[in-house]
Write a protein that binds this ligand. Structure first.
Ligand code: C5P
Ligand code: MG
Length: 212
């Protein structure tokens, strides 16, 4: 009886624990596009670390505005305490408990900060990794820039820096999660519809296993 009660309490605690899917992939791999679709079908809250940093940069009088702009233009990763605070605040303010965290953790500093501040309070379901060759990513970002994304980093010079950061700093994080068997790898070269077919499958499987 006591064990039964403990099991029930444990499952209530697990149910209440926020659930997180990290979404990673190179610049232009389609993280944002796919996240918008997942939100519609599976009721996750989409939190893009890049979008949160851009929002913070745009706030008049933001203490970190200039620092963020210089990091973004140089394709460098902003110190984790800034990014993690923005993520934690957005998670709390949403009042929800299923999150797609897009573009994070991008390097070892991001990962360490997350592990120090948040990891034990949430359940990481998996890491959705959009695998896409650099040429395809470059073309997508340049088209996005030409179509008026307004982003100060959708130009060839910033893109080179972003790809370098991605290869040297983000890829090892993906490998770290792959070793933990937590990576769902998706071929992101196809059309957005085709990519989403594979993404949807991964989330349907989560649903079937009772994880969401
Ligand atoms: O993900 P997105 O392409 O929108 O990120 C744009 C830029 O925001 C990155 O190149 C980086 O400078 C910054 N960023 C960061 N830390 C993150 C995510 C994004 O510094 N975790
Ligand atoms: Mg994005």
């Amino acid at each position: 009886m006591v064990f039964g009660l403990r099991t029930i309490i444990q499952s209530i605690v697990t149910m209440a624990q926020p659930k997180v899917v990290f979404v990673l992939g190179g610049p232009g791999a389609g993280k944002g596009t796919q996240c918008q679709r997942i939100v519609k079908d599976f009721e996750f809250v989409h939190l893009s670390a890049g979008d949160l940093l851009r929002e913070e940069r745009a706030k008049p009088g933001s203490e970190y505005g200039e620092l963020i702009e210089s990091y973004i233009r140089d394709g460098k990763i902003v110190p984790v305490d800034i990014t993690c605070s923005l993520l934690e605040r957005a998670m709390q303010e949403s009042g929800k408990n299923k999150f797609l965290i897009d573009g994070f953790p991008r390097n070892q500093d991001n990962l360490d900060g997350w592990n120090r501040r948040v990891a034990s309070k949430v359940k990481l379901l998996f890491v959705l990794y959009f695998d896409c060759p650099l040429e395809v990513c470059t073309n997508r970002c340049l088209s996005r820039g030409a179509a008026g994304s307004g982003r100060s980093d959708d130009n060839i010079e910033s893109l080179h820096k972003r790809f370098n950061t991605y290869t040297s700093e983000t890829k090892p994080i993906i490998d770290y999660y792959r070793n933990l068997n937590l990576v769902q790898q998706i071929d992101a070269t196809k059309s957005a519809d085709d990519v989403y077919d594979a993404v949807k499958q991964a989330f349907l499987e989560l649903g079937a296993s009772g994880d969401i």
